[in-house]
Write a protein that binds this ligand. Structure first.
Ligand SMILES: Cc1cc(OCc2c(-c3c(Cl)cncc3Cl)noc2C(C)C)ccc1-c1ccc2c(C(=O)O)cn(C)c2c1
Length: 232
């Protein structure tokens, strides 16, 4: 039985990424708006759009703290952010649901998502994903590393130097694999289950493109930042 050991530099890498992940969160005043009492589909859409915009800003700041990311080709950095934003946001909102936010927030957030003009065919897989993430009971280091692995996916559209991204992603995957073995010794398949969620994320991301199209058709407006990152 090989002894799994996280090296000193892997420990340091994990600390940088986890601290950055915890430091960059949606500001409380934005999150609090979820509790205001208007519940129309319009109001819900506007609130969620504000959450998404704030979340993208948080994501950009977090990504800058991934060791090696800023050394990548500038255009590749943009391509990675555009290509992974939706998946990173699904991961984050899933973790918000599984973390059980302050009393009532989770229910309110679920209610607003269910009543924001998203068709049932997308709501079901979305909440199934939230549930499957919750069942993993990830520690915060695993959450931060899984988000980092998602951002560092080499085969996003328009990435030129895929090898450079692959090298960074492999570094993160190695730490995540060891962490899973150490955190879940009784579950040798845990790391494989985590990576399975990344496949589920890709499917959700395709659904999301259709969600955007149907919102557009109903003349819903997005913010400039979301238009840029989602090409809407
Ligand atoms: C919960 C949500 C939704 C959201 O996007 C909302 C949307 C989505 C969509 C959908 Cl519904 C579900 N998952 C992912 C997407 Cl990206 N698709 O389009 C939109 C808008 C443009 C209508 C963006 C961000 C959060 C979010 C994330 C983190 C936190 C957080 C914390 O970290 O402490 C506290 N709060 C209240 C959070 C809210």
């Amino acid at each position: 039985k090989e002894k799994v050991e996280i090296t000193k530099e892997q420990q340091a890498l994990m600390k940088i990424i986890t601290d950055a992940y915890n430091r960059h969160q949606i500001p409380q005043d934005v999150a609090k708006k979820l509790l205001q009492d208007q519940y129309s589909a319009e109001e819900n859409f506007l609130l969620l759009t504000e959450m998404a915009t704030s979340q993208v800003q948080v994501l950009v700041e977090f990504t800058k703290n991934i060791p090696g990311f800023l050394s990548l080709d500038r255009e590749d950095q943009i391509a990675l952010l555009k290509g992974s934003a939706v998946e990173a946001m699904f991961l984050r909102s899933a973790q918000v649901f599984s973390r059980k936010m302050p009393s009532g927030h989770t229910e309110v957030l679920e209610e607003r998502i269910r009543k924001s003009g998203i068709s049932e065919e997308f709501i079901t897989p979305m909440f199934n994903f939230y549930k499957s993430i919750g069942e993993l009971h990830m520690v915060q280091e695993e959450q931060a590393l899984l988000t980092t692995v998602t951002i560092l996916t080499p085969d996003r559209p328009y990435v030129k130097d895929q090898q450079a991204v692959e090298r960074l992603q492999e570094t993160m995957l190695d730490v995540l694999r060891k962490l899973c073995v150490l955190q879940h010794p009784q579950e040798p398949q845990y790391f494989a289950r985590l990576l399975g969620r990344l496949t589920e994320l890709r499917t959700l991301s395709h659904y999301h493109t259709e969600m955007l199209v149907s919102w557009r058709m109903n003349d819903h407006k997005f913010t400039p930042l979301l238009c840029e990152i989602w090409d809407v």
